[in-house]
Design a protein around this ligand. Structure first.
Ligand SMILES: Cc1cc2nc3c(=O)[nH]c(=O)nc-3n(C[C@H](O)[C@H](O)[C@H](O)COP(=O)(O)OP(=O)(O)OC[C@H]3O[C@@H](n4cnc5c(N)ncnc54)[C@H](O)[C@@H]3O)c2cc1C
Length: 467
């Protein structure tokens, strides 16, 4: 890899080659997983290039194509599947400088990929009291391009489903990795070519996202004596068509009391909870419903005093992957699994799985609306002992009918549906013929004959060559 020649070609662009900074920018939240921590800890790129506009992106991709240098795009590096880690070294393409919100219209916003999600919402709220439909719990830190290329859904999925559902991304502008990079505008069906593709088949340089009405969401925590009570309540609340919520998150005792340190004063060790974000106009109905359902409101931001609210994180920072983050900060032996409890048996499955691993796996659910049906994802906390035991737990979930999106694997397929995404593979052949974009993340490209049922973990050959 001729990095000196590349630097000469990129004269005038913003380049960072201090090895400490390059290593820092080569990492994301991969360390969430003890397995990825072991496998990827040594990974580093060779330099970070931060284009300021699409023209500079084209220049970088063209030069890297000519010199055969891999390019791994990066938003803000909050992915927790090692998505943004350059397994074959080369260029880290940081999109952080391309962060403008360029247009806001009724129901839609156009932004550059490095725009931080909370900043987009600030702009759309100020402009016309609108907000994005969905955001990850890393709302305050993640980029919109990174969310589209590396995320799946989150806060708001209870109303709108996942990021890859039709209509949740309106248009993407993408630059290809060729001798003369092309600029493509993807809409409709074509959007699926690059959403959640980890940047393996194109660089997103502009996004157009749908908006919805913005509210001053009220954070509420409802307590229950049993996890089953919290899960059933969460399901029924999520099915209340007249009550507008943005987050419905049941979490089993003792997780909230042990790990939500700032909220501990409102909780008991044996209390399971449901965390919710409720639209202000729905709050009275929500409280009446909760009373009838036998839940105890232990925290209500609408009535809490300033003293009580002081220093509390927002509700969404107790939910989705933030639940695991809070647990990890207190107990580094905690890791997690991401699963789906398929509709219509989701509640039965939740109860069954909850009873399988006492003291080892702790239930955490996120209710979502998928294809019109309310069901839930599990982001269950796991007390980690060995990789073999973790694999046994994964197998038990799957044997019981709950697919796992394994957060202990760095490839798209193993972290997803364990099958080739033919559309994304075909687009990679077209848009990245030399296979230089984020190498090692798409098994179908690296090893077309790979057998996903082998029970083995895919090992990217290029990984061992990085020093
Ligand atoms: C505490 C915590 C909570 C989280 N909660 C959620 C959640 O609720 N929902 C969820 O879906 N995820 C969640 N995540 C994962 C992650 O935060 C999100 O997916 C986030 O949106 C990623 O944005 P980023 O800017 O950090 O992307 P990065 O991590 O920098 O990149 C993500 C992927 O996108 C690629 N990429 C980045 N920019 C581009 C671009 N312009 N063009 C092409 N490819 C690009 C990268 O190569 C990488 O593969 C969470 C992670 C943590 C650590």
């Amino acid at each position: 890899m001729d990095i000196a020649a590349l630097k000469a070609e990129l004269e005038g662009l913003k380049i960072e080659d201090n090895p400490k900074i390059v290593q820092q920018k080569s990492r994301d939240f991969y360390w969430y997983s003890p397995v990825l921590k072991r496998q990827l800890d040594h990974v580093s790129g060779d330099l970070v290039v931060s284009p300021r506009d699409e023209g500079e992106v084209v220049r970088v991709l063209s030069a890297c194509h000519r010199l055969g240098v891999p390019v791994t795009p990066r938003g803000t590096g909050t992915g927790n599947y090692g998505q943004a880690m350059p397994l074959s070294g080369g260029v880290i393409l940081s999109l952080a400088e391309m962060n403008a919100v360029t247009s806001i219209l009724p129901g839609r916003v156009v932004a550059h990929p490095g725009a931080i999600i909370v900043d987009i919402d600030r702009a759309t709220r100020a402009h016309s009291n609108q907000e994005l439909r969905l955001h990850p719990s890393t709302y305050a830190t993640a980029s919109i391009g990174g969310f589209i290329a590396g995320g799946s859904g989150g806060v708001g999925s209870i109303n709108f489903g996942g990021l890859r559902d039709f209509g949740n991304v309106l248009r993407l502008r993408v630059v290809t990795m060729e001798a003369e990079p092309r600029i493509l505008e993807l809409t409709g069906e074509d959007i699926h070519k690059v959403t959640h593709a980890y940047g393996t088949n194109g660089i997103i340089t502009e996004v157009e996202m749908p908006l919805t009405a913005a509210y001053d969401w009220v954070d509420v925590i409802v307590g229950f004596d049993s996890f089953t009570g919290a899960a059933r309540y969460g399901n029924t609340l999520a099915c209340q068509d007249g009550i507008l919520t943005k987050l419905v998150t049941p979490i089993a005792a003792p997780v909230p009391w042990l790990y939500f340190k700032r909220h501990q004063k409102f909780l008991r060790e044996d209390m399971s909870i449901c965390v919710a974000m409720v639209a202000p106009h729905s709050l009275d109905a929500f409280l009446a419903f909760t009373r009838r359902a036998g839940g105890q409101v232990v925290y209500n931001a609408a009535t809490a005093s300033d003293e009580e609210k002081k220093g509390l994180p927002p509700a969404y920072e107790l939910a989705w992957n933030h639940t695991t983050l809070r647990a990890l900060r207190v107990d580094p032996s905690i890791t997690y699994l991401q699963s789906l409890y398929p509709f219509p048996d989701h509640l039965e499955l939740v109860e069954k799985i909850d009873g399988l691993f006492p003291g080892e796996v702790f239930s955490h659910l996120e209710f979502v609306r998928l294809d019109g049906n309310v069901t839930c994802f599990g982001l269950n906390l796991v007390r980690f002992t060995t990789e073999e035991r973790l694999d046994e737990i994964v197998a038990a979930f799957e044997q019981n009918g709950c697919p796992i999106f394994n957060p202990h694997r760095y490839t798209l397929e193993e972290g997803g549906m364990k099958q080739t995404d033919e559309v994304q593979l075909a687009f990679k052949r077209e848009a990245d013929p030399r296979g230089l974009l984020n190498p090692g993340k798409m098994i179908a490209w690296e090893d077309p004959a790979y057998d996903y049922r082998s029970g083995k973990t895919f090992l990217f050959k290029g990984l061992s060559q990085v020093s």
